[in-house]
Ligand binder design. Structure first.
Ligand code: PMT
Length: 223
């Protein structure tokens, strides 16, 4: 993709996991490292975009030239997203926890004598990507679908249900790629197109994906 392909565009990316507190010392989360989202931020910046990275707790340094907003919970991530103005492209790469504990215990939960099980009550978290896709004007919305089976079917279904412009299906059944790895292999769907990207570094997957997004969001100059 030629440098400057996203010149003048504001690209907003969510990355990493969210953490949902159970009590002051425990939380629910997942294995997302943030690597895929940070690689997309780097690639979008290299393509000339202004980039805002809304990041869950990860061990990565901020790509140069990128504005990073740190959040912990899905609720925080939604609020940070809602506060962003002038979004042209939104990429939901974060592994947002689908549920959070219904209430956070104010003190550390104690083991109860004689009880071998514990019931934790969970409530649904807000869907950040679905919120963005309902805005008008609607930015170009890109989602990820982390699946372990029936990849194509679930991904296309998610694209339709959430009113997305593009979806990136990520096979997370193979632990050599996907969560936490430096590599990934994905299938990208948009309109009637389908493009498979074989296993390679997350940075080169990100460059390809940003190229597809640039093609879709930049009007072609007339010949
Ligand atoms: O961070 P890494 O270690 O590099 O790993 C990258 C990754 C595997 C986490 C990433 O490539 C990925 O697939 N991210 C999405 C994981 C996911 O939670 O998928 P999902 O099928 O649950 O969600 C579908 C889409 O909706 C995603 O774009 C997600 O960001 C978004 N979503 C989901 C739930 C929610 N409450 N809010 C959301 O915005």
């Amino acid at each position: 993709e030629s440098p400057g392909a996203l010149q003048g565009k504001h690209v907003v990316i969510t990355a990493g996991p969210t953490r949902e507190a159970i009590d002051p010392v425990r939380y629910l989360s997942n294995y997302s490292s943030g690597k895929m989202g940070y690689a997309l931020a780097t690639a979008a910046q290299a393509a000339g975009a202004r980039v805002t990275l809304i990041s869950g707790p990860v061990q990565l340094s901020t790509p140069s030239g990128v504005q990073r907003i740190d959040v912990i919970t899905a609720d925080d991530m939604l609020k940070a997203t809602q506060a962003v103005t002038d979004m042209d492209v939104f990429i939901g790469c974060a592994a947002v926890a689908d549920f959070r504990p219904a209430s956070m215990a104010s003190q550390k939960m104690k083991k109860q004598h004689g009880e071998d099980s514990l019931q934790l009550s969970l409530v649904k978290n807000p869907d950040i990507l679905a919120w963005v896709a309902k805005q008008s004007p609607k930015p170009f919305c890109v989602g990820f679908a982390a699946e372990t089976q029936n990849l194509d079917h679930y991904a296309k279904d998610k694209m339709q249900r959430k009113n997305l412009d593009m979806i990136i299906a990520n096979d997370v059944s193979n632990t050599n790629i996907g969560f936490n790895s430096d590599h990934n292999a994905v299938t990208v769907f948009w309109q009637n197109n389908k493009k498979h990207l074989e296993a390679q570094s997350k940075q080169s997957i990100a460059t390809e994906v940003i190229g597809f997004i640039a093609q879709q969001t930049t009007s072609q100059p007339e010949e």
